[in-house]
Design a protein around this ligand. Structure first.
Ligand SMILES: O=P(O)(O)OP(=O)(O)OP(=O)(O)OC[C@H]1O[C@@H](n2cnc3c(O)ncnc32)[C@H](O)[C@@H]1O
Ligand SMILES: [Mg+2]
Length: 175
């Protein structure tokens, strides 16, 4: 089974590899445009970014499935403050399914900097004296003191988006 991931960020590729390990997939990383702002600011923008990445990754390759992962921030009804969210989309070129990952509360000082137009990755690097934390443990790792990390958090979104394919017949037939 060939899977194309619409990003070259190693944590996204790792999230797909670890989730689909059972199927021994060949996973390729494809640089695609998400079609949404670099820092999505709503669930809708984040889901759209994941969808675009999934479709564009599949279109750029001859893989069986395209997978898109997008991180974003959003104000969610009933949840105080600003939340970090992550969504995945999976397509076989016909059907497209979506799944969400964990939601984390962002500290107020981080939220204020994002409101001023900054991107989460650089803000986290500046705040913690790191370089490229978004390609390693991520905010999910830093803000939970390692109880989870970005790859693991993203892998939950991948599992949820792939689920509808895995429980159907089409997925098994491509193994
Ligand atoms: O190369 P791509 O695939 O774009 O990888 P990315 O790290 O930029 O990931 P996204 O575009 O999906 O994320 C949108 C923004 O949110 C940041 N971000 C999302 N989740 C993060 C996390 O866990 N830790 C740090 N930054 C994060 C990210 O660095 C971007 O600035
Ligand atoms: Mg990005």
């Amino acid at each position: 089974m060939d899977v194309a991931v619409g990003s070259t960020n190693p944590v996204k590729v790792d999230a797909v590899e670890r989730t689909l390990e059972r199927f021994r997939p060949s996973v390729s990383a494809v640089a695609v445009d998400s079609g949404v702002p670099e820092q999505p600011w709503s669930i809708e923008e984040t889901v759209t970014g994941a969808e675009n990445r999934a479709r564009r990754a599949l279109a750029a390759t001859d893989a069986d499935y395209g997978i898109g992962l997008e991180g974003g921030v959003a104000r969610i009804d009933g949840v105080p403050g600003l939340s970090l969210i992550m969504w995945a989309a999976v397509t076989d070129g016909d059907r497209l399914e979506r799944g969400g990952g964990p939601t984390l509360p962002l500290p107020d000082d981080v939220a204020r900097r994002l409101e001023d137009g900054a991107e989460l990755g650089p803000v986290m690097d500046d705040r913690h004296g790191t370089d490229g934390i978004a390609e390693r443990d991520g905010a999910a790792g830093v803000l939970t003191d390692g109880l989870t990390n970005r790859s693991r958090a993203l892998s939950e979104a991948v599992a949820c988006a792939v689920g509808p394919f895995v429980i159907g017949d089409s997925f098994a037939s491509r193994l």
